[in-house]
Design a protein around this ligand. Structure first.
Ligand code: SF4
Length: 443
């Protein structure tokens, strides 16, 4: 149905953003364009001129959540545009919701905008065309995701992201740095660098240099990290793989240029499972590499995710994984039970692990890791650290030190004698630790 917004009123969009931080960045870009064209955001589907649902299609459970969100939007509004990973397979959506207005795939900003224009043309009011230079952000003002590339050259057997999003396409370093500068000028204190494989940054464009400020910066993981480190804010690196060239970036961490934090989705430790998973860097001697990183940067925090119950995972593989956890002592860890993803090559593998075994392994994994994490956290007690405040309530606040990323890791619960604000850096003394969080006082 085409309809113009009433004269003088800006058309209103209700937006649902599902999925990973990368999808969140896509949502921010779509919203930035729409706001620039004068569209308003609506807090509710009811009363909005159109609803956009940015879906996630990574796991079957994420698909179910996406379909539910589309269903709610259809019921409460009826004018729905679907985009994101699930949009790559439109039939799955059309079969259930034949009346959605349009379905577009991931990164198809132009198509989403076209569908919105068709459903409800933009209002022509030069005053609503203004948009803050940093764009519209869905994260709190003091941190922002910075996407440095799209797609992925790896072919992990449990993953369909390369099928959905294609091979690696890196952004020129100058573009990334200018976006980062705009964010910092707008008040962002922490940049969260994301991509599917951050350590592969620039491979596709042969590490081409591009202009930034008065010099050229190469599209290389190390060079980009160093340049981001010049911006005077926290820089946190996500989705890195344990390649040898990462050592030099850990040196930047030791020098305080980027945060001593590295997010590496190891997924497993047993060589045969890693091989079946077709993980990047699976032949590296990872425990040795981690030991070396900690020599370079003793304060380094490592976060990771794992999959248990992958097809073919034997009791020995699983015990190997638990022993490896004891050996490498990661700081923050997430664990998933293997779930087949439609279209992923892993579905063809023999050796399906029964659900009850997966469940047992998951509990044993979590128990083992919880004890390790608690010990790692206890080591922080007694230290004075810089904390970025995320939320406040009276003289209490919640924040994070360098070792914790927002949304996925733990927090530091603070008490303070003076009022403090979200987005402020404070110094705190860590007084105690529990299994996940730290507690301290602002000094
Ligand atoms: S590295 Fe593997 S899991 Fe990650 S996006 Fe690429 S193919 Fe998927």
């Amino acid at each position: 149905m085409n309809r113009d917004a009433p004269a003088g009123e800006a058309p209103r969009i209700s937006f649902v953003s599902l999925g990973c931080p990368k999808a969140l960045v896509d949502s921010e870009r779509i919203l930035t364009h729409l706001r620039a064209e004068g569209y308003e955001l609506s807090r509710h589907h009811d009363g909005a001129d159109v609803v956009i649902v940015n879906t996630c299609g990574f796991l079957d459970s994420a698909k179910a959540e996406s379909l539910e969100a589309i269903g709610t939007a259809m019921k409460e509004n009826g004018k729905v545009i679907v985009t994101g990973c699930m949009g790559a397979e439109p039939d799955q959506i059309r079969d259930i919701f034949p009346n959605v207005l349009a379905i577009t795939g991931p990164q198809q900003y132009e198509s989403v905008l076209g569908a919105v224009h068709q459903a409800v043309p933009p209002a022509h009011d030069p005053f609503v065309d203004l948009v803050p230079p940093q764009g519209i952000k869905l994260t709190p003002r003091h941190y922002a995701y910075l996407k440095i590339s799209e797609g992925c050259n790896n072919r992990c057997s449990f993953c369909i992201i390369p099928k959905l999003r294609g091979d690696l396409v890196s952004r020129p370093a100058g573009d990334v740095l200018r976006e980062a500068e705009r964010l910092v000028k707008a008040g962002v204190k922490e940049l969260l660098v994301i991509s599917q494989d951050t350590s592969a940054y620039g491979v596709d464009i042969k590490y081409a240099a591009s202009p930034w400020r008065d010099r050229e910066v190469k599209a290389k993981f190390l060079d980009l990290s160093a340049a981001l480190g010049e911006l005077g804010v926290w820089v946190r690196l996500h989705y890195v793989y344990p390649y040898p060239h990462v050592d030099a970036v850990v040196e930047l961490m030791a020098e305080g240029k980027v945060l001593p934090y590295i997010d590496i989705p190891f997924q497993h430790a047993s060589p045969s499972v890693l091989k079946a998973m077709r993980r990047p860097a699976h032949q590296e001697k990872t425990a040795e590499r981690i030991r070396r990183w900690r020599e370079i940067c003793p304060d380094l925090a490592i976060r990771s995710t794992f999959i248990v119950g992958f097809p073919g995972e034997t009791d020995e593989d699983f015990e190997f994984l638990l022993d490896w956890l004891d050996e490498v002592k990661l700081d923050r860890v997430g664990c998933f039970k293997f779930e087949p993803v439609d279209g992923a090559p892993a579905n063809e593998l023999a050796g399906i692990v029964p659900d009850e075994v997966k469940e047992q392994r998951w509990h044993r994994f979590m128990q083992r890791q919880q004890a390790i994490s608690a010990k790692q956290l206890a080591r922080r007690v007694g230290r004075r650290v810089q904390v970025l405040v995320d939320e406040t309530s009276g003289l209490r606040a919640k924040g994070r030190a360098a070792w914790d990323a927002p949304e996925i890791d733990g927090s530091i619960h603070l008490t303070s004698r003076r009022p403090i604000r979200a987005g402020e850096f404070v110094t705190a003394r860590i007084e105690s630790a529990d299994a996940y969080d730290l507690h301290g006082t602002v000094v």
